[in-house]
Design a protein around this ligand. Structure first.
Ligand SMILES: *Cc1c(COP(=O)(O)O)cnc(C)c1O
Length: 414
């Protein structure tokens, strides 16, 4: 078992070891990973790192000591609120990621329902396509989860089926913009109307879409309404560290009505050190993540985000056309933004064998369980890999077909 070394080692040796350790990883820089990172170019990475380093030591919890951190954070939140069409009086929180944003939205909704409606055994009704973090947060918070199957033909939440699952203890409905498995938008307008009619909290999970969908719409793509412009939407999660291109550890939880923050806040004074107040699940927070998000928003600007959205959407269109052109594969439709999945269209083609074949060619592959498929979440660095990806995919499918014809099975190599 590894121990702390007896005496310290040199930075140059350590640095070299870190660099060489990466040899065992899939390469994000070459665009060979289908998910987990968001890379535009080295210039933007310099901005992320420079801003993060400029606030390396500062602590995001210590806003009296570092008023500049508070100012940067406030500006990031306001940019998010404006982008997602929040009305006057709205409020937001900078969090460590989508998971924390969703946790805080559910926590605030739970305490609101407890205070306002006296609900003690809350439940929520969410589409089956909603992110697993809803169940994780609900598990911590003591909320029961009803996952409702989506409509079969378009993978969208089914508001009529959701309505049937609402009971007197239901506090919250959810819609995704878009959902992670299929990349389609739930009918936010219909779910929000249902929530408003029943007096429920409506959370929109725009962790994926929050910082790309508005820009895709501006350049002409048909993006359904999903933000605070839709009546009945109570809260939104939007990840800066996904399509906001911020450094990791950055997301927003936004509330239509800032007065609801009284159900979010944690305040404590029963110890010797005095009052402790926090709006998040964290204590110490990296101010670097706040500074990096602020810097990237200012560096890219509206036009930079539009440019990114265009690269991503056009890359997706090229990949989708290329995959559909390979006999035996088909892209699942619809998909409306930066995520899609493909599956087998031929009983001879085992899609998991195709995924294995891509892995053995050093592509990091996202796998879909239902239906079995390959899943991609695109970012601008995939622009350069469309051609090599499609060439490898074609070769792998031919290989899988040849083996299937010979009646051999393929070992699962990954
Ligand atoms: C990524 C994601 C989350 C969780 O966000 P993290 O930043 O990974 O914590 C929630 N919902 C959706 C739709 C996501 O894509």
């Amino acid at each position: 078992m590894t121990q702390i070394p007896e005496t310290g080692r040199s930075w140059s040796a350590i640095q070299g070891e870190l660099e060489s350790a990466k040899a065992m990883d899939f390469s994000w820089r070459d665009g060979r990973m289908a998910l987990y990172y968001y890379f535009l170019d080295d210039e933007l990475m310099q901005v992320q790192k420079g801003a993060y380093n400029a606030y390396w030591m500062e602590n995001g919890m210590a806003q009296r000591a570092f008023p500049s951190v508070k100012k940067l954070e406030t500006e990031v939140i306001e940019m998010g609120l404006n982008l997602l069409q929040a009305p006057a009086g709205a409020a937001g929180t900078f969090t460590s990621g989508g998971s924390e944003s969703i946790f805080l939205a559910l926590k605030t909704a739970r305490d609101w329902a407890r205070a306002v409606k006296g609900i003690r055994s809350p439940n929520m009704v969410i589409p089956r396509t909603a992110h697993p973090t809803f169940d994780r947060a609900a598990h911590y918070l003591g909320i029961d989860v009803n996952r409702v199957p989506t409509t079969r033909n378009d993978f969208r939440a089914d508001p009529a089926a959701m309505a049937e699952r609402i009971d007197p203890n239901t506090i919250l409905l959810v819609g995704s913009a878009p959902n992670y498995p299929f990349g389609v938008f739930d009918p936010i307008r219909d779910i929000a109307a249902l929530a408003a009619e029943r007096g429920l909290w409506m959370h929109v999970d725009a962790c994926v879409g929050g910082f790309i969908a508005p820009f895709a719409r501006k350049i002409g793509y048909d993006i359904p309404d999903f933000d605070f412009s839709v009546p009945g939407v109570t809260s939104i999660s939007a990840d800066l560290h996904k399509y906001g291109f911020a450094a990791k550890g950055a997301s927003l939880m936004l509330l239509r009505d800032g007065a609801l923050q009284k159900h979010q806040i944690f305040e404590f004074s029963n110890w010797e050190r005095g009052t402790y107040i926090s709006m998040t699940t964290q204590g110490t927070r990296p101010a670097g993540a706040i500074a990096a998000a602020w810097a990237v928003l200012n560096y890219l600007g509206d036009s930079g985000y539009q440019r990114n959205a265009r690269i991503i959407m056009e890359t997706k269109e090229r990949l989708v056309a290329g995959i559909n052109a390979i006999t035996g594969l088909k892209v699942l439709e619809p998909h409306e933004l930066c995520i899609f999945a493909y599956t087998s269209a031929d009983p001879q083609i085992d899609i998991m064998a195709v995924a294995d074949g891509m892995v053995s060619r050093r592509w990091f592959v996202g796998r879909m369980a239902e239906p079995p498929g390959v899943h991609l979440a695109l970012n601008p660095s995939h622009e350069q890999t469309v051609t090599p990806y499609l060439e490898d995919l074609k070769a792998v499918v031919a290989d899988v077909r040849a083996r299937a014809t010979k009646g051999k099975t393929i070992a699962n190599t990954y």
